[in-house]
Design a binder for this molecule. Structure first.
Ligand code: TNX
Length: 511
């Protein structure tokens, strides 16, 4: 009778403590180290967050996370700062000294009655919370209260990123997207630990940021978009709201004003910026490479100076993106002259210049950064000048390429980019003759000639963006499509719970 009773008792207690293997979680990007303990921690009404740090920003991160949990759990999730000791059923955030975790790393300990999250810096805690979020059952992503047992597997996760630059770009010029859409885009990035939000703020079809000293840029240049729709622009207050929202999520906003080409909207707004002094018509088509600022007129540099100065006062990071791509109607000498002068202006405001790979044909300072999209030759020119490189090869990293020939949205000039194609490449071996230490990271641009709504954005971004985030975060030897595709398939339930309109690629074994 005794063994029978024992088995019964064990059976009862096991029923209460489900076993969860966290090495089987749908974590993206994959952490450096996962040690499962095969138990579970249950988040219930008495769950609370303790912040062992004086800083407001740590409290704010805890509050952002608590807010997220409140929506779907319906629990109070109180947050206490400097409340001291470890209670049962609490999550404790601490900043300390953990040499192996680096700037942005974190370690997460989950046992049956509490969770501890440690990092060297507040940013590491924020990334650790994103991992914890993905350890919850997928229903946690819902916006209404769910009846669910919130069980999290026990164990240890230790994690830190491969690259410092983990970016995504949104083109708000070809089609304009308002502040709420942009915040949702930022949320997507933060969830995958991406930390550079590049905003393509001007192009032939639209100027999207208020410049107080040149008001017609938005009045005229912001008044339309591809297809002739209404367009729009961010007031400086709107833009500051975006920057604040990104900053609270440890994301640096990189503003791009594309010059000297891709400038028709500016050339339509101010006649004096044209070589011939005649204002251009507004443009609502999809061609590229037909516009240029007058590179030898002094007024052009007054314009660049004013634009850089006003924007420099609104951003939260050290970067200004000058564009510099496809300036097909700017004479070569003028192009080099323009980029060199723009670089001086950007530097005079204490900022580093970033530009598309064509800028490597100018005289770069070692602080300048080249974003490779098309030309390996330009990447080599960049490193000869000791500049650093961001990898955005169109074939793999462009979120506006069609998935296959049946995709309705997007373009295909670089080919079709299925989900495996977007995942299967290594930024450091992609171009010959560029040593690893020159590559600061990876960025995925979403150009929006064909993208009109948030649902369109989601369809092109998901599920490619999580893969790009993993490329930027995880080491090459941790990445393998044949493992990733199953993890992504499980992650699909999370995208569904979030209400994301994603592409159900036949390459991924969705269940
Ligand atoms: C090329 S990529 C461009 C953009 C277009 C994009 C469309 C780059 C630096 N320039 O102007 O929107 O292709 O895929």
């Amino acid at each position: 009778a005794f063994p029978l009773l024992a088995i019964l008792l064990i059976g009862i207690s096991c029923k209460d403590v489900p076993k969860i293997d966290i090495s089987n979680a749908d974590l993206i990007p994959v952490p450096k180290e996962i040690i499962p303990a095969f138990g579970s921690f249950e988040v219930s009404q008495s769950f609370r967050i303790l912040v062992n740090d004086e800083r407001d920003e740590v409290l704010r991160s805890a509050e952002i996370f608590a807010d997220f949990l409140r929506k779907s759990s319906g629990f109070d999730v109180p947050v206490y700062q400097n409340a001291g000791q470890l209670n049962k059923e609490s999550l404790v955030l601490s900043v300390g000294d953990f040499p192996e975790l680096g700037e942005e790393g974190y370690e997460l300990f989950v046992d049956d009655d509490h969770i501890r999250l440690n990092a060297n810096n507040p940013v590491g805690l924020f990334w650790g919370l994103q991992t914890l979020r993905q350890l919850f059952p997928v229903q946690i992503e819902k916006n209404e209260v769910q009846s669910e047992r919130w069980l999290i597997g026990t164990g240890v996760i230790r994690d830190y990123p491969r690259y410092e630059h983990r970016g995504a770009m949104l083109d708000v010029s070809r089609h304009f997207f308002g502040v709420e859409d942009v915040k949702r885009f930022i949320d997507f990035m933060a969830a995958y630990k991406m930390n550079r939000f590049h905003m393509h703020l001007s192009d032939d079809q639209g100027w999207r940021i208020e410049i107080k000293s040149w008001p017609k840029l938005t009045e005229i240049g912001g008044s339309t978009q591809v297809g002739g729709g209404e367009g729009g622009y961010y007031t400086q207050e709107d833009f500051s709201e975006i920057v604040k929202y990104a900053d609270e999520r440890y994301i640096i906003v990189i503003p791009e004003i594309d010059m000297p080409g891709h400038t028709n909207a500016a050339l339509a707004s101010y006649a004096e910026l044209n070589e011939d002094g005649v204002a251009r018509e507004l443009y609502t088509g999809m061609e590229v490479g037909f516009s240029t600022l007058a590179a030898r007129k002094e007024i052009t540099y007054q314009f660049v100076d004013d634009v850089v100065r006003e924007i420099s006062e609104l951003i939260n990071g050290p970067f200004f993106h000058i564009g510099g791509d496809e300036s097909h109607v700017t004479p070569k000498d003028d192009y080099v002259y323009f980029i060199n002068r723009a670089q001086d202006i950007i530097n005079s405001y204490g900022l580093k210049m970033i530009g598309w790979d064509e800028i490597a044909t100018a005289d770069l300072l070692p602080t300048s950064i080249v974003q490779l999209w098309a030309s390996p030759e330009n990447a080599r020119l960049a490193i000869e000048q000791n500049a650093r490189i961001i990898m955005s090869p169109a074939k793999h990293a462009y979120l506006d390429m069609k998935y296959d020939s049946t995709t309705v949205l997007g373009l295909n000039w670089a080919g079709y980019t299925e989900v495996d194609e977007a995942y299967n490449w290594d930024p450091t071996t992609f171009i010959d003759g560029v040593p690893e230490e020159f590559i600061i990271g990876v960025e995925s641009p979403l150009w929006t000639e064909t993208i009109e709504t948030m649902a369109d954005i989601e369809y092109m971004v998901f599920p490619r963006l999580p893969g790009i985030a993993e490329i930027a975060w995880a080491d090459m030897d941790q990445r393998n499509w044949d493992e990733y595709k199953f993890r992504l398939a499980r992650h699909g339930y999370r995208l569904e719970a979030k209400g994301i309109n994603f592409y159900r690629s036949p390459k991924v074994p969705w269940n």
